[in-house]
Design a protein around this ligand. Structure first.
Ligand SMILES: Cc1cc2nc3c(=O)[nH]c(=O)nc-3n(C[C@H](O)[C@H](O)[C@H](O)COP(=O)(O)O)c2cc1C
Length: 351
């Protein structure tokens, strides 16, 4: 058995467990990342943040750079295609307090790839390497890169591009061994992860289809990766993180599920405001309450409610014992207001 509660390093940054919570657009808000750290993730990551948005000081984009002090170690992920503007954005990521700057060279979504960013960079190794070296020169924090296997099915481009990125200054690589064309279909081919591990002398993180301790153990043993990354399995299910790092598998009680969800709702409202949070949260109701935990109609009742206060009332009515757990959790963990560092003023372009 491999011990996932072992620390490892990305450059000089110590990561306390060999479990990384995946960056997921529309999911990896601060509440998700803080919860992930609490349940055993050694490293958490923001969703991909647009360099163009940072460059134009888009207010919503700058919100993604807000770091709470109980999230560390934390990576903020950037996407873009221009080395200079990415280096500038990386400086702001560093100033915002991130421990690592992660680069997205894997996003398969057309809106991103058509701008030359995301997975397209796997087809343009020269530009990809220029981006990494511009950023590595611009910041003192380590640079990590997240890749897919390549653009097209069967591609092995990651094996050619990955070592070039390490030469350019990347301190770690994460591989999601599906092609961009595959999106999320088929299976992640971790034979490729093992090959990448053998080609580079920096830690490699294995991403794709890891949803249990057995699977995590098998992938680590087979690939020699430094850590596993968990994405979809952790949506509405922080308990899987606990299990993967080494606790006994257990189904949370209804009260625990409601308590974690209510806390998640409250923190997300603080982070995004009621209006944005109430539509953002709807998918989480299904994720938390599904998996046979609550009857399906209950989830459907929640998604049509207008206010998160009403959602909270219904949740607590369905599992009144959760109230005590919520109080305990709130007394144990620092509130968002206490831990959210104010953005340094320079983030807003000075003044
Ligand atoms: C909803 C969603 C959003 C994602 N957003 C990002 C992202 O912003 N950046 C990134 O590098 N990967 C992103 N991914 C990919 C995941 O980080 C991960 O590599 C992939 O889901 C495979 O791991 P899994 O099988 O554990 O989910 C996203 C995946 C999902 C499902």
């Amino acid at each position: 058995m491999i011990d996932l509660r072992q620390a490892w390093l990305v450059g000089p940054v110590e990561i306390p467990t060999r479990l990384v919570l995946a960056p997921m657009a529309g999911v990896s808000v601060q509440a998700f990342r803080r919860q992930g750290r609490r349940f055993g993730a050694g490293l958490v990551c923001s969703e991909m943040v647009s360099c163009a948005g940072i460059e134009h000081r888009n207010e919503r984009t700058l919100g993604y750079l807000r770091v709470a002090d109980d999230e560390h170690p934390l990576a903020i992920q950037l996407f873009g295609s221009d080395p200079d503007s990415m280096a500038e954005a990386a400086r702001m990521v560093e100033a915002a307090g991130a421990d690592l700057v992660d680069l997205n060279f894997g996003c398969p979504v057309r809106k991103v790839t058509k701008t030359g960013a995301g997975a397209t960079l796997l087809d343009d190794p020269d530009r990809a390497a220029r981006i990494v070296s511009a950023i590595a020169r611009a910041v003192d924090i380590p640079v990590s890169v997240k890749l897919r296997r390549g653009l097209r099915n069967g591609s092995r481009d990651c094996l050619r591009v990955g070592p070039l990125l390490v030469d350019a200054g990347a301190s770690s690589l994460t591989l999601h061994p599906r092609s961009a064309q595959q999106m999320y279909t088929g299976a992640a081919d971790h034979a490729l992860t093992a090959e990448l591990v053998s080609l580079v002398d920096v830690p490699v993180v294995a991403s794709g289809d890891i949803d249990s301790r057995a699977r995590a153990q098998a992938v680590l043993a087979r690939t020699g990766a430094a850590a596993v990354m968990v994405g979809r399995a952790a949506q509405g299910n922080p308990w899987v993180l606990e299990e993967i790092v080494g606790s006994d598998r257990r189904e949370p009680s209804r009260e625990e599920v409601v308590a974690e969800l209510v806390l998640f709702v409250r923190e997300t409202v603080r982070e995004l405001g009621e209006r944005r949070a109430s539509s953002f949260l709807k998918k989480f109701y299904g994720w938390y309450l599904g998996r046979g935990r609550f009857p399906r109609p209950f989830k459907q009742e929640l998604v049509v409610l207008d206010s998160t206060e009403e959602v909270e009332r219904r949740l607590i009515a369905a599992a009144p014992g959760a109230l005590e757990l919520i109080e305990r959790l709130e007394s144990e963990i620092p509130s968002g207001d206490e831990v959210t560092l104010e953005l340094p003023i320079s983030i807003y372009g000075g003044g």
